[in-house]
Write a new protein. Structure first.
Length: 311
């Protein structure tokens, strides 16, 4: 049986993850998700990227936002704010229910992988959706307004501070989740797909885990990535803004440079087709995923491309 590993962050990656889940049998796909955004809030363990992927694959994600629940209410948050509680991070009532269950399961001694698998089962998600690691890796951003925890930068301050550098606390000690490690070493692995998530905030925390990057470098199967940049702009989120603040021109070729040591081919949108002219580092396909059909088409393109590549 051919199996595939997808590396994903939140909203952008979740779209391709949904296409892959539609294109492949459930036991042929493992989606490993960033944990750099995870944090403790109101006594709960919040895993934004994991939850976004789970909600997307379960078909309950907010259709416009791409995160949170579509069928959400905010009674708890409204009352929390009325009582003067810490209500800057928006949590819906159904979302809180999931976080309460996660906290309960974690308190029973289950790993984050085991908890994520159980939450996926209860949400009706057939594909494996797991954290990249069961150990904490926390994204810390250094900005013109000082050093900030990720959610303070991303949510509380809405990415407004100019970013200067990023650290990933715990990455040096973190190990891959057991199922991720096992798949990377499995003869059944056919290829790896790097989803079009933010390369600095979503994928870099994962790749900072030495075990992952080293495994990707030495794999005997192809690794393909989908660029989150289209015609110099980010499909979703602050990727282009961050690139400019780091002194990098926002274009798809930069994505190829960031992943040059382990990615065989970067898929770019038709708007960037000139990059691919005579350049084996690039392939061209529509990468903007607004519909179910577009997600599935890009997923199939990734799978077909892997089938044509050799290491």
């Amino acid at each position: 049986m051919k199996r595939y590993l997808a590396l994903s962050g939140g909203v952008g990656g979740a779209k391709l993850a949904a296409g892959l889940a539609q294109a492949l049998p459930p036991d042929s796909l493992l989606i490993a998700v960033n944990v750099g955004d995870d944090f403790e809030h109101l006594g709960l363990t919040i895993c934004p990227d994991l939850d976004t992927v789970l909600y997307t694959l379960a078909g309950v994600v907010h259709p416009q936002q791409g995160w949170g629940r579509g069928d959400e209410s905010f009674g708890v948050l409204d009352e929390l704010r009325r009582l003067g509680g810490d209500g800057w991070f928006t949590l819906g009532d159904r979302d809180i229910a999931l976080h309460l269950l996660r906290r309960q399961l974690l308190s029973q001694g289950l790993s984050l992988s085991a908890v994520s698998a159980e939450l996926a089962r209860r949400l009706g998600v057939a594909a494996s959706v797991l954290p990249i690691s069961d150990q904490p890796v926390r994204t810390i951003v250094h900005t013109d307004q000082g050093t900030l925890a990720f959610q303070d930068y991303f949510v509380r301050l809405r990415c407004e501070p100019a970013l200067r550098a990023i650290d990933f606390e715990g990455a040096g000690k973190a190990r891959l989740a057991p199922a991720v490690r096992a798949l990377l070493a499995s003869p059944e692995l056919a290829g790896v797909i790097v989803c079009p998530s933010n390369p600095y905030l979503s994928l870099a925390p994962m790749l900072a885990i030495t075990e992952l990057r080293e495994s990707l470098r030495t794999l005997k199967v192809p690794v393909v990535a989908v660029s989150p940049i289209v015609a110099g702009a980010a499909i979703k989120g602050p990727t282009a803004k961050i690139m400019r603040e780091l002194g990098v021109h926002p274009q798809a070729s930069v994505i190829a440079d960031l992943y040059a040591d382990f990615v065989d081919v970067v898929i770019v949108d038709e708007a960037d087709a000139a990059l691919a002219a005579g350049n084996p580092r690039f392939a061209v396909a529509p990468t903007v995923m607004k519909t179910v059909a577009q997600k599935l088409a890009l997923a199939n393109h990734c799978i077909e491309l892997i089938g044509k590549l050799h290491r």
